[in-house]
Write a protein that binds this ligand. Structure first.
Ligand code: SF4
Length: 170
């Protein structure tokens, strides 16, 4: 059973909390196969809150649909440090696009003041805590996707969409 984290959404008077959300969770068809990862619970919870939908892979210049990608022998932090690459399943190196997408997402977060992010589990961009191992065989390893790793390193609280509970303050 996955560990559950609490995402507190408790704006103090005059304080606006802005949250990045993986656009595919909101039903945007930005997934590699041209589909989405609609999460109706997330839509319901966040529809009256201050959110910024983002798809780092599209922001990095990749097309939709596109080949699926995985981080080769490492995680998003390794990609940012230049010690490993992101490869797609046709054998092309898409590291540059993944890094660009991560920095464009960070730019949005910093420009608009987002302090938290709810991101799609296991994605090589958005995954938090676990990602696929780079061999396209369904094996998971510990680690974050490229965008999740960058946002974390800049002090943004990053949550996996499957592992947190909403804290509803009414
Ligand atoms: Fe885009 Fe992230 Fe969703 Fe992948 S998981 S489609 S990169 S928003």
């Amino acid at each position: 059973m996955a560990r559950k984290l609490l995402l507190y959404y408790v704006p103090l008077e005059g304080v606006i909390i802005i949250i990045l959300i993986s656009a595919c969770l909101l039903g945007v068809n930005c997934k590699y196969n041209g589909k989405n990862n609609l999460n109706e619970e997330i839509v319901e919870y966040f529809k009256d809150k201050n959110i910024i939908p983002v798809c780092p892979e599209q922001l990095g210049g990749l097309s939709t649909p596109r080949f699926s990608s995985e981080i080769k022998n490492g995680d998003g932090q390794d990609v940012l440090e230049g010690t490993t690459k992101v490869m797609n399943n046709s054998g092309n190196d898409v590291t540059e696009q993944f890094i660009k997408g991560a920095y464009e997402t960070l730019r949005l977060a910093q420009t608009l003041g987002a302090t938290k992010a709810v991101l799609k589990a296991r994605s090589p961009s958005c995954g938090v805590g676990e990602i696929y191992n780079g061999n396209f065989n369904g094996t998971l390893i510990e680690g974050d996707g490229v965008t999740a790793a960058l946002l974390k390193s800049k002090g943004i609280e990053v949550y996996n969409d499957e592992d947190f509970l909403f804290y509803i303050y009414e």
